[in-house]
Design a protein around this ligand. Structure first.
Ligand SMILES: [Zn+2]
Length: 300
């Protein structure tokens, strides 16, 4: 199954559900960043969280999720747009902790105590920023706390990443169910009861359930319609031109220093792990281009 997300709402608009399968996306992120299993789970949950928050964005808007704790992971960051393009990284990809007593990857232990930050860039003058203290560092509960605290929307959030003994990602995905203003009290009780007996996301995804089936499992008798569906993929917006732009801002002297020390200039994109290398010719072009944009003639 290709990765994708859906957004579904009830006819009266009082209950909303978003679900995503992100197995391939998280596996690609693991390969790009060479993450160890606990770090893979933390990164995968953060990427999936960003992807799910992206389901309510409009074209050109973005969301950034940062999980900043005092644990060995050193933080996780993920971004998404409205089209399911997600990217992100963790500060320390090598983190792998002993499993929890229930045999789970110890994401909460890797994250530690700290803060969850969500930044929505809605194309306004300033982005909207909200943050909450981490509840457990498991990311799902933390995101639910954020949605209740910052948006006053009671939400059930489930995120999961299943990693095989050979470290590959076997299943990843997530689900958010939200009760919006005007919802019937009986419906709220019913959904809370369903949430308690809902299989874990990794159980559902690894048994081949689609996002539509995950929403059905969460909503039960509460009927909803899928209003949007988008493919999810790990995609970064970095390009060689953008990296050149960053290098140009360092100035020619600095670039020549790096070149003489290291023989080449290597830049690694934090978000996707892609490496860009530049040599003597490139430095000449970069600094030449910089002078040209300043209205000067390029030095030859
Ligand atoms: Zn990149």
């Amino acid at each position: 199954m290709q990765d994708y997300w859906i957004r579904s709402v009830t006819d009266d608009g009082t209950v909303r559900a978003m679900a995503a399968v992100t197995t391939r996306t998280v596996e690609l992120a693991r390969q790009r960043h060479a993450t160890a299993p606990t770090a893979t789970a933390a990164l995968g949950r953060t990427l999936t969280a960003a992807g799910l928050l992206g389901t309510v964005l409009k074209a050109g808007q973005t969301v950034m999720v940062r999980v900043l704790g005092d644990g060995p992971l050193g933080g996780a960051l993920a971004m998404s747009d409205s089209n399911g393009a997600v990217r992100g990284y963790v500060a320390n990809p090598d983190v792998h902790l002993p499993l929890t007593p229930t045999g789970k990857l110890d994401v909460g232990g890797a994250v530690g105590r700290g803060t969850l930050h969500v930044t929505l860039d809605l194309g306004m003058r300033y982005p909207y920023h909200g943050s909450v203290p981490l509840v457990s560092g498991e990311i799902g509960e933390d995101l639910a706390s954020y949605l209740v605290t910052s948006h006053q929307i009671p939400s059930v959030v489930a995120l999961g990443v299943l990693v095989s003994p050979d470290e590959r990602v076997l299943a990843a995905g997530g689900l958010i169910v939200q009760v919006l203003p005007g919802a019937d009290g009986g419906v709220i009780d019913y959904l809370e009861e369903r949430a308690r007996v809902l299989p874990t996301v990794t159980t559902m995804v690894s048994s081949g359930r689609t996002p539509e089936e995950m929403v059905l499992a969460a909503l039960g008798e509460v009927r909803s319609q899928v209003v949007e569906r988008q493919p999810v993929r790990f995609r970064c917006g970095c390009t060689v031109e953008k990296v050149r732009g960053v290098l140009a801002s360092l100035g020619e002297d600095e670039l020549r220093d790096i070149l003489s020390e290291q023989g080449q200039i290597e830049v690694r994109c934090n978000f996707c792990g892609k490496r860009y290398t530049f040599g003597e010719d490139d430095v000449q072009k970069i600094s030449g281009g910089r002078h040209a944009t300043n209205g000067e003639r390029p030095a030859t």
